[in-house]
Design a protein around this ligand. Structure first.
Ligand code: FES
Ligand SMILES: [Fe+2]
Length: 439
């Protein structure tokens, strides 16, 4: 399916919420002072993980002003289905409307401010009702009832809307009044990669939330390199940890044998991609744009089918109209908060949302074909075991790094060549803070 834009409010619909635009001079000076300590090719300085003012600026100017991946369409499959979440201090909800489109609103009542939808997910019905004093809203956010307060509904301001876009079944929101316009370019270029996996017609097999004991940037940095992948024995059953340019001269004998196997598999699987009409060439635009992203279709080790312990598909029912099981994995990364694996039999999405300066929610979602039946077509433990183990290992890496970088003795060390995506994340981080704060 193609990217569908729902960000333009319909005629008569509520205006999108506005955030303050100009950063205070003291904040600009403070952030500029911290950014001045960042050195290209080095890890971030300790202040980037310990400074509370900087954290608040990141929430407002990065998370408050960029496109964030928050959910998949199969999480709200029917009209009236909603999901709630929080982006920093902003409680929000996404909602499937009667016409099939997705809307997003601030989850703050227009009476005295209570959260309106108070469960993680649910079915709204024809209207939404705030439980506090029973103000009622239609699915466009208009007030249609004021309970016993005696106010006139049509005189009340509607719920504040949030920009939302879908991309091949992925739901992104942006809290800014004027979201970055380059999302549409990303969507146009990513749709041919993602659409064949039929995510819009998948179903959630499992969703797991982990509260990592670390700053959100440590979570993203950890995701952006596989230098640490020796710590992921389950993942390495299927994943070849070769990214970017590989200098064979730098490899050990064992790594060279692995690399030779990788190259042989790549030749075979590239022919499969070609026959299936699947694009595979990398796109590397993790910085230099507001909506930084990266993709690459990768071959997998062993049978090459999926990120499972035996490298075979976990679900016999392949996604979309796919007929070949041995498709490896399509990696897709978006700044600042998400990464994805699109396989032949399942899709795995990861949304990262900061809770506070030292705690980060990582939400992992496994999706299979909507008609796949648990126990017949897939075994849930087999589907989820590799990434449950990997997530747990990554959470440990992040927590221990948070403890280390919080020490006054911490000094930023060098970023290795195989950590180049970490450097690209740093570049995006600095570019976007400077652009949004005007420094
Ligand atoms: S706060 Fe929602 S009805 Fe009063
Ligand atoms: Fe990892």
């Amino acid at each position: 399916m193609s990217a569908r834009a729902h960000d333009a409010p319909a005629a008569g619909a509520p205006a999108v919420a506005h955030l303050p635009t100009a950063a205070p001079e003291a904040l600009r000076r403070h952030v500029a002072g911290l950014l001045a300590l960042c050195r290209p090719g080095r890890a971030l300085p300790g202040g980037c993980f310990t400074d509370e003012t900087l954290y608040q600026a990141e929430i407002e100017y990065l998370f408050g002003r960029h496109w964030l991946f928050v959910a998949t369409e199969p999480e709200v499959p029917e009209a009236g289905d909603y999901r709630t979440l929080a982006i920093g201090p902003w409680p929000i909800f996404i909602l499937r409307r009667d016409d099939g489109s997705i809307a997003a609103f601030h989850n703050t009542c227009r009476h005295r401010g209570s959260r309106i939808l108070q469960q993680d997910s649910g079915i709204a019905g024809a209207t939404l009702q705030c439980p506090y004093h029973r103000w009622t809203y239609d699915l466009d956010g208009r007030v249609v009832g004021c309970g016993a307060t005696g106010e006139l509904p049509h005189e009340q301001p509607p719920l504040k809307r949030i920009h939302v876009k879908t991309l091949a079944g992925l739901i992104f929101v942006c809290l800014a009044a004027e979201p970055p316009a380059d999302f549409d370019d990303m969507a146009a270029r990513m749709t041919p990669y993602l659409a064949p996996h039929g995510l819009s017609h998948a179903k959630v097999a499992r969703q797991v939330d982990i509260l990592e004991q670390g700053n959100w940037k440590l979570t993203i940095e950890n995701n952006r390199e596989c230098f640490h992948c020796a710590g992921h024995p389950e993942l390495l059953c299927s994943l070849f940890d070769f990214f970017g340019e590989v200098d064979v001269a730098d490899l050990s004998a064992a790594e060279r044998a692995n690399y030779a196997r990788y190259q042989a598999a790549r030749t075979e699987v590239q022919a499969i991609w070609q026959r299936a009409g699947l694009p595979w060439r990398p796109i590397e635009e993790l910085h230099g744009r507001a909506t930084g992203f990266r993709t690459e279709r990768l071959v997998l080790d062993g049978a090459g089918e999926s990120m499972t312990a035996d490298t075979r598909v976990a679900s016999r029912r392949l996604l979309g109209e796919l007929t070949a099981a041995r498709l490896g994995t399509l990696h897709y990364h978006t700044q600042p908060n998400a990464w994805f694996h699109f396989l032949s039999d399942h899709v795995l999405t990861f949304a990262t949302l900061p809770i506070d300066r030292t705690h980060t929610l990582v939400r992992s979602t496994w999706l299979v074909h909507a008609e796949a039946v648990e126990g017949r077509d897939y075994d849930l433990a087999n589907l989820t075991s590799v990434w449950n183990a990997t997530n747990s290992q990554d959470a440990h890496f992040v927590a221990e790094t948070q403890r280390g970088v919080s020490s006054p003795a911490y000094e930023p060390g060098p970023i290795a060549a195989n950590e180049y995506m970490v450097a690209m994340f740093h570049a995006w981080y600095e570019e976007r803070l400077r652009a949004e704060l005007g420094i």
